[in-house]
Ligand binder design. Sequence first.
Ligand code: GUN
Length: 321
Amino acid sequence: MQLNYQDIKRYYSPSNYGPRGLPDDGVRGRLIDGKAISAEVRSIIKADIEQRRADPTTGGRAPGLVVVLVGSDPASKVYIKQKQKACQEVGIKSTLIEMPEATSPAELLATIKGLNEDEACDGILVQLPLPTQQLQEEQLAILETIRTDNDVDGFHPFNLGRLVTREPNLRPCTPFGVMHLLWSTGVNPYGLRCVVVGASNHVGRPMMLELLLNGASVQIVHRFTQDLEAVVRDAECLIVACGKPGLVKGDWVRPGAIVIDVGINRLESGKLVGDVDFETARQRASWITPVPGGVGPVTVAMLLRNTVTAYSTHTNRGAAA
Ligand code: GUN
């Protein structure tokens, strides 16, 4: 697989792919290695940052990401550590701002507004979930306060809208990471019958848009869908992002389908599992992502990519995308 994120449009060209439809060579249970794909993307990003910093117009400045954590959710701390480690590896300066759980919406908004004006800060990420009901009620206003050119999560309605209108710039990290996983299989997404389980703002909905952008035919199912199983059974490519461990049974998977599991759930035993019953699903899927080691690592890689895109805007060097 050759990934060149500066020339991303080539992925959209049908001529890059083989015949339409889901090829089935009869092989089952191939793993889509999110760690390896993420490492490949990160090495491209690292080289790109070095090249950009060598250009006099950047003044040698490193791209900067600021993560804001309100409260002390242990899972959030783990995710943030992963993001910071990845930033360090590619040459992005990451800063963590920790705010107490009792932070008011006004205080958080003031912090974001300050960061919006900070020239060393290219990307702002407010770690979700927010810890209190008061903050959760203001979540939309909080995310909309992040300047659109700093919105490395791609959650601002402006950036989501750019994805709707087929001119994406900063795009939600998980769905775009999933596209890299799908591309890695070499299967032609044009006309592929895809089913997305989950209709969240940050994964399911933008996932639908990324797939559409690649010419796939997309159906979204959610908690009100009748006969979920029948819809899933028809999917050539199944993407599950509903946060319910084992919701999708292995014998629902169409033989030869591609299965991408966005779920990450910790069982009482401490084990991490996805939303798909992995062991049974892998016996039917042609390709399947493991949990952990599938979607998580590419999501982090897309955050780095967005940060460089924001940096390239701020250093007037044109979009990295
Ligand atoms: N919490 C879990 N994943 C994410 C993410 O991608 N972005 C933000 N802001 N919070 C998260």
